[in-house]
Design a protein around this ligand. Structure first.
Ligand code: SF4
Length: 337
């Protein structure tokens, strides 16, 4: 991504921008300058290809950047174009997605690719409004793709942007009000970069627990300069303990397939869950988080459990749940990659 030769300030009159930010033009200029100098070098920032930007935005929903980095290039190697993704079998898409969790995203990605190919001749719609007609693309994702790939002046709001805005304005902004405020401070000339700059500030400086105000480029515009616990609600994590049975026989592993009607991870393959008994031989334990639940998982010797024997060489072609993949990796049954 190239840096603009000269950063121009918006001509929008200040009186029309009631944002509780003293000088919006200066705020935009300072934030963008900081972003161009400090942004992380991420693969999806080196492209304007809407397919690649869309993929990154879907992967980054609910998933850490480090985890996405491992998967993004691999997914693009397997499905380099929207046409290749549209032509793939769903099981293949889920298998490549495996480990990222929230599998509904992968299903919607696949469905949306088919719509782009069949109804838009393989070209992504160029406006946020049109993008929202695609499966799995909501207000945030459509605005991100349209602003970054096509330069549409439309603001994005994610958890980072919401927190940054709450702190800068010292207001507990929520709902539609956040979108309105984000839209009013958006740089009309560099909307994609500005949106990414706001998210980058939240991800690297204005951190949820402990903002680095002394390093913050916009501290001069900030009414808070410090954590404001009352403005930010941390999601509560539940804790659960479960037991999974790991059984091996002649180069095969015992698995079960989740029902197609399950709300979470329908149709995916996993190790059978069993009721913990003191008599079972414990192999090891792992920790795993799914949405708002942290699991402590005991893995026990599963001989005697019910399921289907799957040959080891077939495992990387099956859509395995992230937890199952983690256990099979730990047991040395599959390898990363
Ligand atoms: S000064 Fe501190 S609280 Fe304000 S935006 Fe910067 S990092 Fe966040």
């Amino acid at each position: 991504m190239t840096r603009p030769a000269k950063l121009r300030l918006s001509g929008q009159p200040r009186a029309a921008v009631p944002t509780r930010i003293h000088n919006v033009e200066t705020f935009r200029a300072v934030l963008l300058k900081w972003y161009y100098a400090n942004r992380r070098d991420l693969p999806w920032r080196r492209t304007k290809d809407p397919y690649k930007i869309w993929l990154s935005e879907i992967m980054l929903q609910q998933t850490r950047v480090a985890a996405v980095l491992e998967r993004y290039e691999r997914f693009l190697m397997r499905f380099p174009t929207v046409q290749k993704l549209a032509a793939a079998k769903e099981a293949s898409v889920l298998a490549v997605w495996s480990g990222l969790g929230y599998y509904r995203r992968a299903r919607n990605l696949h469905a949306a690719a088919k719509v782009v190919v069949k109804e838009h001749a393989g070209e992504f719609p160029r406006t946020s409004a049109a993008l929202r007609s695609l499966p799995g693309i909501g207000r945030y994702t459509s605005a991100a793709i349209a602003s970054i790939a096509f330069g549409e002046p439309v603001a994005v709001v994610d958890g980072n942007v919401e927190r940054v805005l709450a702190r800068i304005t010292k207001q507990s902004v929520a709902g539609e009000q956040v979108w309105i405020t984000a839209g009013r401070i958006l740089s009309p000339e560099h909307p994609g970069d500005f949106n990414q700059a706001m998210m980058e500030l939240g991800a690297t400086v204005c951190l949820p627990g402990d903002p680095k105000c002394s390093e913050c480029p916009v501290s001069g515009s900030c009414r808070t300069r410090g954590p404001q616990p009352s403005l930010v609600k941390a999601p509560r994590q539940n804790k659960r303990e479960i037991t999974c049975a790991l059984a091996r026989r002649d180069g095969s592993v015992l698995l079960v397939q989740r029902s197609a009607n399950e709300q979470l991870m329908p149709g995916m393959w996993e190790l059978p869950q069993v009721t913990a008994r003191a008599s079972e031989q414990q192999l090891f334990s792992v920790r795993h988080s799914i949405t708002v639940t942290d699991y402590r998982v005991q893995v026990v010797d599963g001989n005697g459990a019910q399921g289907i024997w799957v040959r080891r060489k077939r495992l990387n072609k099956l859509p395995l749940t992230g937890l199952t993949k983690k256990i099979l990796l730990r047991a040395g049954i599959i390898e990363n990659g």
